[in-house]
Design a protein around this ligand. Structure first.
Ligand code: SAM
Ligand code: SF4
Length: 327
């Protein structure tokens, strides 16, 4: 599938807007409603849409949320997803709290080779402050078990906020000295009405400076087309990689190969632009496969060439919060 001059082969599927954590940069600070159960796309509906998207050129899928593992029946869904032959790469982003060795083994048995975890601190107290849940050990155990069981790469996403976890940048980066993890520092994106203040946002330049003043100059790693948006580096002598995802300081829209399917069953061509195209209602109303494929293609015609986040915020257009889209 083509959007402008970009080839779209990557579908990010959010299976739920619900989450067992309350990360302060992600969930709204004001009361919010979760999506009614009957409006959430059923697994068989997601599988049908995925199969059609694969016919149109999707080869790569990431499952996300909310927290994917809070949804009932997720393992059976993942097994069916992994059976789609044209999918070459299936990965999951999770907070890890509901995963254990047995469950990770199950994922591996389905064919899942890559997992991304979110971990913003190595300090259990700070972890509880950021996520509102005392689950550091569970998450750390899931990360280590994934590594021990052969998941490769294990990616660890960290969102750094001033006055919250900026003092953890070096410790988190130092994990790459011991483990072959890919640590990815993601710039905080102001979405929804999170409790994060503008002045708490820390851009990549500042994070790099902190890492380099502790570990010396970072060594750039050659970017491959399949690498995704992270700019990758290595600390001298490290086993792992430190990456930076820079939606704010240096957007990567020109290389964006993604389409999103939200848990409400809408197609969202850009994370930071609120345009969404309904596909679930036409599907429930009996649309044929060809009609659904046309809906997918027409959603892609609305993929903006650039997210324009700051213009939207200046005009007072709030971006939907992350759990309602799927990060
Ligand atoms: N619950 C899973 C998790 O936390 O990994 C998957 C969903 S979560 C929305 C996906 C990723 O989005 C996480 O790595 C999280 O750190 C990131 N994220 C959430 N809100 C964000 C924000 N406002 N700015 C930048 N990244 C954010
Ligand atoms: Fe939940 Fe992930 Fe958002 Fe944290 S970042 S609240 S774990 S969806």
């Amino acid at each position: 599938m083509i959007a402008g001059n970009r080839s779209i082969n990557y579908l990010r599927i959010s299976v739920t807007d619900r989450c067992n954590f309350r990360c302060r940069y992600c969930v709204p600070s004001t009361p919010f409603n979760v999506i009614e159960h009957k409006k959430i796309a059923r697994y068989e509906e997601i599988l049908r849409i995925t199969n059609l998207a694969c016919d149109l050129g999707i080869t790569k899928v990431r499952i996300t949320g909310g927290e994917p593992f809070v949804r009932k029946g997720i393992f059976s869904f993942l097994e069916q997803l992994c059976a789609i032959e044209s999918l070459k790469d299936i990965s999951i982003t999770s907070n890890g709290a509901l995963l254990n060795r047995e469950k990770i083994k199950k994922l591996i048995s389905f064919g899942i080779k890559r997992l991304n975890f979110s971990l913003d601190t190595l300090d259990p107290d700070k972890f509880a402050q950021i996520t509102s849940r005392d689950r550091f050990q569970k998450v750390w155990d899931a990360i280590l078990s994934s590594h021990e069981l052969g998941i490769s790469p294990v990616k660890v996403n960290a969102v750094i906020l001033r006055g919250v976890n900026e003092d953890e940048i070096e410790n988190i980066s130092a994990l790459t000295l011991k483990y072959p993890f890919h640590i990815r520092f993601i710039e905080y994106m102001p979405m929804g009405d999170s409790a994060v203040e503008k002045q708490q946002q820390i851009l990549t330049k500042e994070i790099v400076k902190k890492i380099e003043s502790r570990f010396g100059k970072l060594i750039p790693i050659k970017h491959r087309a399949s690498d995704g948006p992270a700019k990758k580096f290595q600390i001298t002598g490290a086993k792992g990689i430190v990456g930076f995802i820079t939606p704010i300081s240096s957007h990567f829209c020109n290389d964006c190969n993604r389409l999103r399917l939200t848990s409400r069953g809408t197609l969202r061509p850009c994370l930071l632009n609120n345009y969404e195209k309904d596909i679930i209602n036409p599907l429930r109303n009996g649309a044929s496969d060809d009609e659904l494929k046309q809906i997918i293609l027409s959603a892609l015609t609305k993929k903006p060439s650039f997210h324009g986040l700051s213009d939207q915020l200046e005009k007072g257009i709030p971006i939907s919060h992350m759990t309602s889209i799927g990060g």
